[in-house]
Write a protein that binds this ligand. Structure first.
Ligand SMILES: *Cc1c(COP(=O)(O)O)cnc(C)c1O
Length: 364
């Protein structure tokens, strides 16, 4: 028997979450963001459930090729654009739409020999200071692109830094709309947080939204709102089993560094999952976990291949008991990836992207 750890991808949850986003923004077109191998879920595994989207957004050219190989003939957007001049050949060949965020990318386009008119999304740095032209250089970049025979259509794109937080998007919104006001073309601003929380405002919503994390069932603004508050379903379950049991006496210590000491007799389950499976080492004592669908906690340090859970109050648990690290237990209980991530000082994003290649994956 293989080691019992398993990641299960829930197609019905992906479909449900996509539909949930549709309901939030019925008037917008929707990019399903599937970068990072569909946030760790696997592009090939997620594709069928997400093909109701209007397009797919990602950043790796090899991932774009995989989406075309799956038979997708609709829009694919490279959200960081091309990384070197010859990438444009693939854009022409596969009909990829691409972001243009710097002068070099315009130079490459100007030198690109093609019969295919390119659809580009001109990126503005509206305040996040990651990719894009600053507002004062945006119109001249647009004019350069607009003069190129290689360019068929220009759209406008920017990214929010604080859609999930107290600062909000007002400052960036103002900068973006002021600089694009009289330019013709489609616009795209919203990530998941903005799509769910702010896109009722047409100025925020624009023509295209770009949800990523919500499709996978994680709340974009946890702990302000949970996945359930947003009506989302987990698209991934990470599960395994108890492979050993130890009885500890008061004063006994547990695991590497002896960071946990029993203050009373207790039963500890040793679980086949560790940081080499992608479970964060920062999720030590206190992180929630389900055993046979009942909520308990992690104890002590996470080691490479194992972690420990408290079985003291879980009747009947022992070797072979089901352990749900996040997602759905067999009895219907649910543990949100956001709650687990929060306990380890990180985000659901990081956990789902980090599931290790050695973990077998099934789709249900
Ligand atoms: C990753 C990404 C998104 C999706 O972000 P979520 O928070 O996962 O919804 C949208 N736009 C850009 C440019 C991105 O890089």
């Amino acid at each position: 028997m293989p080691r019992p750890i398993l990641a299960t991808i829930h197609s019905s949850a992906l479909r449900h979450n996509l539909e949930r986003v549709r309901q939030a923004v019925p008037d917008a077109k929707l990019w399903a963001v599937i970068k990072a191998n569909a946030y760790g879920h696997g592009i090939e595994r997620a594709f069928d459930a997400l093909r109701g989207a209007d397009g797919f957004a990602l950043l790796d050219l090899a991932e774009a090729e995989r989406v075309r190989q799956l038979g997708w003939r609709g829009p694919i957007l490279l959200i960081e654009g091309v990384f070197e001049a010859r990438d444009l050949e693939l854009c022409s060949r596969l009909g990829l739409w691409h972001v243009v965020h710097c002068d070099e990318q315009i130079d490459w386009l100007a030198a690109h020999k093609t019969q295919v008119g390119h659809r580009v999304f001109l990126k503005m740095n509206s305040g996040m200071n990651r990719l894009g032209f600053p507002p004062e250089r945006y119109r001249s970049a647009w004019a350069r692109l607009n003069a190129l025979p290689q360019v068929d259509e220009i759209s406008f794109i920017s990214h929010f830094s604080d859609a999930d937080g107290p600062r909000g998007v007002g400052h960036q919104l103002q900068v973006f709309h002021a600089a694009t006001q009289d330019l013709p073309g489609e616009r795209s601003l919203c990530n998941s947080a903005a799509t769910l929380a702010l896109a009722h405002d047409a100025q925020v919503r624009c023509d295209w939204v770009r949800p990523g994390i919500v499709l996978y069932g994680s709340s974009p603004d946890y702990p302000l709102h949970s996945d359930q508050d947003w009506g989302l379903q987990p698209a991934m379950t990470l599960s395994t089993r108890v492979i050993g049991v130890q009885q500890m006496r008061a004063g006994d210590t547990l695991g590497y560094g002896s960071i946990f000491t029993a203050d009373a007799p207790m039963t500890v389950g040793v679980v086949a999952c560790g940081y080499a499976d992608g479970y964060p080492r920062s999720c030590s004592t206190g992180t929630p976990v389900l055993v046979d669908g009942q909520r308990t906690r992690v104890l002590g340090r996470i080691s490479m291949d194992m972690l420990n859970v408290d079985l003291t109050s879980i009747d009947g648990a022992g070797v072979g008991s089901e352990v749900t690290l996040w997602g759905n237990a067999s009895n219907g209980a649910r543990l949100s990836i956001d709650e687990v991530a929060h306990a380890g000082g990180t985000l659901g994003y990081e956990l789902m992207c980090a599931v290790a290649p050695r973990v077998p994956v099934v789709v249900d």
